[in-house]
Every structure is written in structure tokens, then in C-alpha cells.
Design a protein around this ligand. Structure first.
Ligand code: ZN
Length: 466
């Protein structure tokens, strides 16, 4: 594995050319613009001493399988530009985005936009169920499943993940957690990549709609003894749990989880307003994939989506793939929560990253369409996301008009804060971890170019502009 020592490209905050000097696992220095010799010397990223063939012999190449080739079905919000950003100065500061003026001159600036490569904070996907055929929640999951998944995700420009263990029997969920732990033990880089485990369920609503695609026979009320056994099994790696606050014993469970340092998220719920307030008072601080895992039809004004949206104490994660939430809803959630309280997630299905086609699913066949939508065969119901986090960042720019720097922060520094983590990713600045996502911009598309984890190139793609 090669270490990277210098890295040249553009900074998304202000479109300026920068040169990073990396020492060990950290960014030691950032030289900006003319001071580093002018634009002419920055034709592409320069990774000193690195040859693509040396990077990772077992690289998973996923050429041609990004779900973004098909035209978007939704109108683009061309008029939305960063002049009228929501949130506040604290958001910007917390995410390391600098002042608002700098953000307003963000990367939408005409033809500069297509020049790159762009150097972004390393993306952190806090909800991912698998990728490229590797299923964290499969009955036959092993440590190798996890290693393969992490490497496949690196090839999408995403260095950091929270593998997500969803509703199942106690034994199956324990198996998934044990597989993640074993993968971390065997592969030090996978250990760096896995910043925590997300337990989604089984303490969720059994109702059709809120339950989503979780298997109904394994949904059960919160069980602290069971959860504690998973915390021990994971050796303290569980960072977030998603549950429904209206389930029996949930409020007490939330208090205990919060006291144990686990971020508690509300999700797959049909809680009423009082139950949501109670959950917040007990320590819940996040809404998981707000707007999804819900009834198809709701009372238009009094419902759990508005309640969570309006609760300032709750941050939210959202799946911005153009299928889970329409662009207008994404824009509204962003305007209300602000960049500092939003986490972009992929919630990728294990078949995300595979070629379009039919695959076996929980309840029969599912179909991955060329536009990245995954649905039950013969129905319009979603059966997971076919996107990766970089594709979500791309859609976020497209749907809301935010610049690349802000969208990337909501998929890196933002989730890190919401999980109570530090030092996994950070702004492209001296002292930050050298965990970086390098992308090219081709029109509206973001194309991964390299993935750097703690100063090491864990994946490197072609540099040529296609
Ligand atoms: Zn879910």
C-alpha cells in the first residue's frame, strides 16, 4: 500500500488550486493558489510515487455501473443557487466551510466547475446495508463479506462507513456484528474505514409502511439486555441505533443508549407528537431517513414527518437519490434543518453497484433499474437504494443548488458530528485527517478519482477525462 505525500487539486469551498502536504495520517500543510506555483503545474492530481497497479491488487472496479447515466425524471432546480443559503453561520463554522461569502462563490462558477480534480473531506456513509452484491445482513455473512463491501465502497470515492445491521433474529444480527468485528481485526484499513456500526431495528413499528422492508416476524419491542449483548460483542463499536419511540419500553431504552454514548435515531415509526417529544427529552437526536419508512398516505398536517421536521433538537438523515424523496421535499428539509443538522446517506441495498437487472430480495424478486431505482418486481414499491454516497452528494447539489463543498460536508463532517465522532474526516485544512475523496466533475456528474484513508490511497481510478 502506497502512502501519499503530496496532493494537488482544487478546493471546493472557493475553487482555488491547492497543494496538500501529508505527513503520516494528517494534512500537515495546505498551500493555496499562486503560492504553490500557479495553475499551470496542477494538471490533475499528483500522487507522489503511486502507480495505479500498486494501489490495491484486489481493487473492485465497478465500471459502468453507476446509476446516474439515465436522465433524471425530475426537474432540476436551476434557479436555486447558493446566494440564499439557509442555516446559519454556526452551521458553516461547524462544518468547516468558512464564511458565507466564500460559500456563495462556491463551485457553481461557470466553466471552473468542470476543472478538477476536486479534493473533498473523506465521505462518511452512516447507513449502508451492503454494496456490489455483498450483503451485511445475509444469513451467510462472513468477515470477507464486510471486507469486500468496504473495498467496493472505496471504489465509489467513499472511505468511511457505518455498516448497518437491520432487523433480524438475535442470532442473525449477532452474526452480522461478529463479521464486522472480525473484518476489522483482520484488516487494519477496514478497521479505519468502519467508524461505527448502525443498528437499524429490530425495535421498530410493526405496521405496514413504517416498517419498510424490515421482516415483520423479527420486529420486537426494545430489549436492553439484547442490545447490551451486541454492544459487548461489537467491542463498543455501535455508534447509532434507529428505533420507534412508540414501542413498549422505548423511552427507557433511549435513556440508557444515550448514557452509553450511542446516538439514538427515530425511524421506522408511527409515533405521535407526544411520543416524539418524549423521545427527544430522553435523548433522541436524529431522524433516520426522514420521509421514508412511513405510511403511503398520512393526515396532511398532523403527522410524524412534520413533527420531526419541526423539532430543532433532531438532526435528520436523508436519502437523496431522486427516488426516496422528490427534489422539492429534499429542498424543504434542507431549508428547515440547515447543513449543520443534515446527514446525507446512501442506505444502499446490497445490490447497489451491480448492473441493472433482477435479483432475489427479502420478499421475492427485486429489480434494479438503469436509473438506480430498486423496486419489487411488478410493483412501484421501493426495495432499497441503488445509489452510493457520492451519487447522493451529486443529487443534493442538483436538487437544492448547494455547492459541492456544502453537499460534501453534509456527507462527511456532518455525519461525523451527529455520531459524536472526531478525527475520522475533516475540512481540507492543516491538522485534519488525510482521509479524502477526490472527484472529477463532468457536467452534473461527480466521478470518483481516488479514495484516501488515513494518508493511504485505498483506491485510485483513471485520471483521464472521459
Ligand atoms: Zn430504514
Amino acid at each position: 500500500m502506497q502512502k501519499v505525500r503530496t496532493l494537488k487539486g482544487r478546493r471546493a469551498e472557493d475553487s482555488r488550486w491547492i497543494e496538500l502536504r501529508i505527513e503520516g495520517e494528517r494534512i500537515a500543510d495546505v498551500v493555496v493558489g499562486d503560492a504553490c506555483g500557479g495553475d499551470a503545474c496542477f494538471e490533475g492530481v499528483h500522487l507522489e510515487g503511486v502507480h495505479p497497479e500498486d494501489v490495491h491488487p484486489e481493487d473492485v472496479h465497478l465500471e459502468g455501473v453507476r446509476p446516474d447515466d439515465a436522465p433524471l425524471e425530475h426537474a432540476r432546480l436551476e434557479d436555486a443557487r447558493p446566494g440564499h443559503l439557509p442555516g446559519n453561520a454556526r452551521d458553516a463554522e461547524a462544518l468547516g466551510l468558512g464564511d458565507r461569502d466564500a460559500r456563495a462563490s462556491d463551485t457553481h462558477a461557470g466553466d471552473l466547475y468542470d476543472q478538477g480534480p476536486w479534493i473533498l473531506p473523506g465521505l462518511l456513509d452512516m447507513q449502508i446495508n451492503g454494496y456490489a452484491g455483498q450483503d451485511i445482513n445475509a444469513d451467510d455473512v462472513t468477515w470477507e463479506t464486510i471486507v469486500k463491501m468496504v473495498r467496493a465502497v472505496w471504489a465509489t470515492g467513499v472511505p468511511l462507513v457505518c455498516p448497518t445491521v437491520i432487523t433480524g433474529s438475535r442470532e442473525r444480527m449477532s452474526r452480522s456484528i461478529a463479521a464486522i468485528l472480525e473484518a476489522c481485526r483482520r484488516d487494519p484499513l477496514v478497521d479505519r474505514a468502519v467508524v461505527g456500526i448502525h443498528i437499524e431495528g429490530p425495535y421498530i413499528s410493526p405496521a405496514d409502511g413504517p416498517r419498510g422492508a424490515h421482516p415483520p416476524h423479527h420486529v420486537r419491542p426494545p430489549d436492553w439486555e439484547e442490545f447490551e449483548s451486541w454492544m459487548r460483542l461489537s467491542e463498543g463499536r455501535i455508534r447509532v441505533v434507529t428505533l420507534a419511540p412508540e414501542t413498549e419500553g422505548a423511552i427507557d431504552f433511549i435513556r440508557r443508549a444515550k448514557a452509553a454514548g450511542v446516538t439514538v435515531a427515530i425511524g421506522h415509526t408511527e409515533a405521535n407528537a407526544a411520543q416524539i417529544r418524549e423521545a427527544i427529552a430522553a435523548g433522541a437526536s436524529l431522524s433516520t431517513h426522514l420521509g421514508n419508512g412511513s405510511h403511503a398516505v398520512l393526515p396532511r398536517l398532523e403527522n410524524y414527518i412534520w413533527e420531526q421536521l419541526a423539532a430543532d433538537e433532531l438532526a435528520a438523515s436523508i436519502i437523496v437519490d431522486g427516488h426516496h424523496l422528490p427534489p422539492a421535499v429534499v429542498k424543504c428539509i434542507y431549508r428547515v434543518k440547515g447543513a449543520g443538522r443534515l446527514a446525507l446517506i446512501s442506505d444502499a441495498s446490497p445490490i447497489a453497484g451491480l448492473p441493472p437487472g433482477r435479483y432475489p430480495g427479502f420478499y421475492g424478486e427485486v429489480e434494479l433499474l438503469p436509473n438506480g431505482r430498486i423496486q419489487m418486481v411488478g410493483s412501484p414499491y421501493l426495495a432499497g437504494s441503488g445509489f452510493n454516497l457520492l451519487g447522493v452528494v451529486e443529487r443534493m447539489c442538483e436538487f437544492t443548488g448547494v455547492g459541492l463543498a456544502e453537499a460534501a460536508a453534509m456527507a462527511s463532517i456532518g455525519p461525523q458530528r451527529l455520531l459524536g465522532l472526531q478525527g475520522k474526516t475533516g475540512p481540507v485544512a492543516p491538522g485534519s485527517p488525510a482521509t479524502l475523496t477526490i472527484v472529477a466533475r463532468q457536467g452534473a456528474r461527480l466521478v470518483p478519482r481516488a479514495t484516501i484513508l488515513a494518508g493511504q490511497v485505498v483506491w485510485k481510478g483513471a485520471w483521464e477525462t472521459e
